[in-house]
Write a protein that binds this ligand. Structure first.
Ligand code: NIG
Ligand code: FE
Length: 427
């Protein structure tokens, strides 16, 4: 099947330079480097972009009898972008895709002065979601995953990272990771899985005992089944300490599993420096990390992944210092952190927070939501998604407006008219 997208408005290709490394600093914001002017077209064959070129020339060559409505060429679908802007499909590199239950009562608790950890101490938070998730059948977990991946696709996300972490026992952690394989098969969204058995300590277990299970039961089972690409730990005072996190992640590393890790969400506990020492692919949250560890992480090639939706829902007094990374030319990404507390899987919303609240320009925010996170997800020589180029993955969003800058400036609204995910048009 071939699809020809004609009459593009501005087209954010984000394809300059070496695609296996993230863009940083001014390179992220430079429109000239990242965006073609209007008038281009894109030819897609199966799931690959085979040509990006002048729209009229592509039309002449591949759809000479196109009358502005239907393609008269058999096997070719023509989509008229009507001069609307085109951007790559979003790469959401931090989600908790599958969980069950409702935690909306926690808003009132927070408004009455309770913190995230205090709510967890009285049986809310992660452990409440774990109880509901453990009750789900395997097919229910798959159903939830498909529903959430389809919601993400409708908001323009064509690749996402999905963590386990609401099972906290061997059976349910494995079932969630198995569900991600099924979601990857059954939807047009690319799913990359992370084992987050160390998301919390089950209420009926000692921490020591549970860490023993993580290392000696869950980790070997995950590796044996090949159902996760990374190990993750919620490293934060009250959950797993720096030492415990290093212990779990170094065992994982020795057994062949790289890490991406939750650090420095509420306080600077040295989590980002630890993530750098362990060689994590990405350190996530990093809202409170110190400058020295940010510089060190960048030097070592550790991505800093900001999740501004978390500060938003928790009503934090400050948003993360994303602008600091842009100004210092340190590599960073933005992701949703979709979870029962931060219940949004919208990359345009996460990026609205980065632009409207954190001082990031829309082109840099787009790089941080596509090409940069793609570098942390691919185990291939170069990342497939996250940019638009000949030979690259056919995952893109046609916006409803002519300017690429509009993509993150309509919070609460969907800025996308048409999404193509791996060559398939999203309904
Ligand atoms: O990334 N902080 C740890 N995990 C999630 C929240 C989990 C939850 O509250 O259910 C996060 O923010
Ligand atoms: Fe998270």
């Amino acid at each position: 099947m071939r699809t020809l997208v004609v009459n593009a408005g501005e087209l954010a290709h984000l394809s300059n330079g070496d695609l296996s490394i993230p863009l940083k600093g001014e390179e992220m914001s430079d429109k000239g480097l990242n965006v073609y002017e209007k008038g281009m077209g894109i030819l897609i064959e199966d799931n690959i972009i085979s040509k990006i070129s002048d729209s009229d020339e592509l039309t002449m060559e591949f759809a000479p009898s196109w009358n502005g409505k239907e393609s008269a060429t058999p096997g070719l679908l023509v989509i008229d972008a009507k001069e609307n802007a085109i951007i790559p499909g979003f790469v959401d590199s931090h989600t908790h895709l599958v969980w069950e239950g409702d935690r909306s009562n926690e808003m009132a608790l927070r408004q009455n002065g309770m913190s995230y950890s205090e709510i967890s101490d009285i049986g809310g938070g992660i452990s409440k979601t774990v109880s509901s998730t453990r009750k789900c059948t395997k097919s229910k977990l798959i159903e939830i995953g498909i529903r959430n991946a389809e919601n993400a696709l409708r908001l323009g996300t064509t690749t996402l990272e999905a963590k386990s972490g609401y099972g906290l026992n061997l059976e349910t952690e494995i079932s969630i990771l198995n569900a991600y394989d099924a979601v990857n098969e059954k939807t047009t969204c690319n799913i990359h899985s992370t084992w987050l058995g160390a998301h919390d300590i089950p209420k009926d277990r000692s921490k020591e005992d549970y860490i023993e299970e993580l290392i000696n039961m869950q980790l070997p089972a995950v590796l044996e089944q090949g159902i996760a690409k990374w190990a993750d730990v919620f490293c934060e005072p009250g959950w797993f300490t720096i030492e415990e996190t290093m212990n779990i992640l170094s065992e994982a590393r020795d057994m062949g599993l790289q890490s991406r890790v939750h650090v420095d969400e509420f306080v600077d506990s040295g989590g980002l420096a630890m993530a750098t020492e362990i060689g994590a692919v990405s350190a996530d949250h990093v809202a409170c990390s110190n400058e020295e560890s940010r510089a060190g992480a960048d030097k070592a090639g550790v991505m800093q992944t900001f999740l501004p939706g978390t500060q938003y829902v928790l009503g934090a007094s400050e948003f993360p210092p994303i602008k600091n990374c842009l100004d210092n030319s340190w590599a960073f990404s933005i992701a949703t952190d979709y979870n029962p507390n931060c219940n949004t899987i919208s990359m345009p919303f996460a990026a609205s927070l980065a632009t409207h609240r954190c001082g990031i320009d829309p082109i840099a925010a787009l790089v941080a939501s596509t090409r940069n996170p793609a570098t942390t997800l691919s185990d291939l020589e170069f990342p497939l998604g996250g940019s638009l180029r000949e030979g690259g993955e056919a995952s893109l969003n046609i916006l409803s407006t002519k300017s690429v800058e509009s993509w993150c400036q309509s919070p609460g609204m969907n800025p996308i008219a048409i999404t193509i995910a791996n060559g398939h048009i999203v309904k």
